[in-house]
Design a protein around this ligand. Structure first.
Ligand code: CA
Length: 227
């Protein structure tokens, strides 16, 4: 059984979440503030945490940082629409995904299932050997990309970027994670590099580069590979 810890101070939302998740056989614990959340996280070892950022006793980001010192289970941030900066901070602190309030229960449950499937792994390289989509195939071992019947030539930097994204299918990778992975720590604010290289990758791989199907931009946040 999947155990979920809901950290949220809005009792109505908590009730709705609990009813919907229990109906789908999740085991649910709830915490109305950060202190309770940290205690329950340590005690109950949830499979995933749903975390509101605006808590009465502390910033949700503090909860993320604390949990990340000892655990890798997925954290999905529930955020009121207070701008993307807050979510970037949460993602950089170690959250795995975010959903903006108000959200549909179906979307939340889908994110929850996806997070549980990925079970807590940090973005990383090397798990997959090849990725095949309707439009292109990328062989990560042979370092070969094919679109239609033609080989696609990629530069080493384009490879590294593509490899990192497709090794984490469906997952939002922040601009900072990509920049630090591909260019290094000192480049973590060079988001213009990403725009340039993502445009190149789309030109080489997407059938309609201006309306990407696979290499998706999450405005202000980062990028996702949608398989
Ligand atoms: Ca709140």
């Amino acid at each position: 059984m999947t155990r979920v810890l809901v950290v949220e101070d809005d009792p109505q939302l908590v009730r709705a979440l609990v009813i919907n998740m229990q109906a789908r056989a999740y085991e649910v614990d709830t915490a109305p503030d950060g202190t309770t959340a940290l205690g329950l996280a340590a005690e109950r070892r949830p499979d995933v945490i749903l975390l509101d950022l605006g808590l009465p006793d502390m910033d949700g980001v503090e909860v993320i940082r604390d949990v990340r010192r000892w655990a890798r289970f997925p954290i999905i941030v529930l955020s009121a629409r207070r701008g993307s900066q807050e979510m970037i901070v949460a993602l950089d602190a170690g959250a795995d995904d975010y959903i903006t309030k108000p959200f549909s229960m179906d979307e939340l449950l889908a994110r929850l299932r996806a997070a549980v499937r990925r079970t807590g792994s940090a973005p990383h390289l090397g798990e997959r050997e090849a990725v095949t989509t309707a439009d292109f195939t990328v062989d990560l071992v042979a370092r070969k990309a094919v679109r239609g019947d033609r080989d696609v030539r990629l530069t080493p930097t384009e490879w590294h970027l593509l490899e990192f994204l497709i090794s984490n299918p469906g997952r939002l990778i922040t601009q900072r994670q990509l920049l630090e992975e591909v260019w290094g720590l000192t480049y973590s604010n060079k988001t213009n590099y990403l725009r340039v290289y993502m445009a190149q990758l789309r030109r080489k791989l997407e059938s309609d580069p201006s309306h990407p199907r696979y290499l998706i931009t999450e405005p202000g946040m980062g990028y996702r590979f949608e398989p």
